[in-house]
Design a protein around this ligand. Structure first.
Ligand SMILES: C[S@@+](CC[C@H](N)C(=O)[O-])C[C@H]1O[C@@H](n2cnc3c(N)ncnc32)[C@H](O)[C@@H]1O
Length: 362
């Protein structure tokens, strides 16, 4: 019998950075085991996507609690699979698809997705045209209702074959393929600026952003040069101290509330505590983490946002043990903090972590 509601689905479709399929699968294995469940992944190396199967057990519990917390670190987006389609005829792909997805409708939005690989990207043109045909067809078939809070996802392996599913907006990435379309303004001193923007869009709610990334707040940027992250914070009105032996872009110091300290980030201590600490230093992940622990435990910063580089083979196991270590050391210091982590679209062999005051785990 076909599954028509995502709460009954026992398969997840996940999109990730190509090469991280095994990390994604390992993370799902760990998460499912934590819920007393078991399953298996079907993945191909470098495919940029995978499926997770738990026959007879709903995958709903694996989905994030909210958009910003409880997500999977290595998945850009994930949704419950309701079925698959194949051999869509070239002359009319729409009719058979509509017939398949109809029992799950109506839908409030449509996401057309493909793997973020060279092969996957060859589908982009086809999908642009297909969207133009499918959206009106959904409306005509009365499968479109903007108040429905059910997003129809179609994942294409090629133009005739793929998977479809459905999810409430709050449980899936707001972006197609989990990739935000961010533009780099000319004033940004480096492309890294996009990474910080994606980090707070993905890992902080609007309320948290408005609270912490607001005019009048103070911030330290460790490993700041040439200044993309510093610029992102400063343009929101934070007063930023950039710490780096390298130089910051000159216009940052002239036009924004930014000061530069030429020092070693691992030994420098701030003259007074700040609200927000960010760190983009390329170093061993355990060393970067120890630096963040020091700042948070000593109360030098209330919020931290940083990268952990992952040059090793066992990336998921490393992330899991590092985040557990961070959680334990914060708890030991009597701090109640939320740890959220994700491999962002702009992250290569690394993940980004946000630590915020309040209840909730990684
Ligand atoms: C990836 S870059 C940072 C890019 C920056 N986030 C941006 O948006 O432009 C890493 C920086 O860390 C700095 N760095 C590395 N080790 C450091 C240390 N021990 N103390 C201070 N800065 C360090 C490097 O000089 C380099 O500028």
């Amino acid at each position: 019998m076909a599954i028509i509601h995502d709460r009954d689905a026992d398969t997840l479709l996940l999109l990730c950075r190509a090469g991280f399929e095994a990390d994604c699968a390992a993370e799902l294995t760990e998460r499912a085991a934590g819920q007393g469940q078991g399953g298996y992944a079907r993945a191909t190396r470098e495919a940029g996507w995978l499926t997770w199967h738990q026959p007879g057990q709903p995958v709903a519990a694996l989905m994030p609690r909210t958009l910003h917390s409880g997500g999977l670190v290595f998945a850009r987006t994930a949704w419950p699979v309701l079925g698959h389609f194949e051999d869509l005829p070239q002359h009319d792909r729409i009719s058979p698809l509509l017939a398949q997805v109809a029992p799950a409708g109506p839908f409030s939005a449509l996401r057309l997705e493909h793997a973020d690989t060279n092969t996957g990207r060859t589908l982009q043109r086809f999908l642009r045209g297909f969207r133009k045909a499918l959206e009106p067809a959904l409306k005509k078939a009365q499968l479109w209702d903007e108040s429905a809070d059910r997003i129809l996802h179609l994942f294409f392996e090629d133009s005739g074959r793929g998977l479809f599913g459905c999810a409430a907006a709050a449980s899936v990435s707001p972006w197609e393929q989990g990739i935000p379309r961010l533009r780099l303004p000319a004033a940004a001193p480096s492309r890294s600026a996009l990474k910080l923007e994606e980090a707070w869009l993905r890992l902080m709610s609007d309320t948290e952003q408005a609270h912490w990334l607001a005019a009048g707040r103070t911030a330290v940027d460790l490993g700041a040069a040439p200044g993309g992250w510093t610029w992102q914070l400063a343009r929101r009105g934070l007063r930023v101290t950039g710490v780096d032996h390298g130089r910051l872009a000159a216009h940052l110091l002239d036009e924004y509330p930014v000061s530069h300290v030429s020092a070693d980030a691992f030994t420098w201590r701030p003259p007074r505590p700040v609200d927000v600490l960010v760190c983009d230093i390329v170093d061993k992940p355990s060393r970067s983490l120890a630096l963040m622990e020091k700042w948070l435990v000593r109360g030098w910063a209330k919020v931290a946002l940083f990268n952990l580089k992952l040059p090793m083979k066992q990336r998921q196991a490393t992330v899991s043990s590092l985040l557990a270590r961070l959680e334990a050391s914060l708890a030991e210091a009597g701090l109640t903090m939320q740890i959220r982590a994700a491999q962002l679209y702009h992250d290569r062999e690394e993940i980004t972590v946000v630590v915020l005051p309040g209840q909730g785990g990684a």
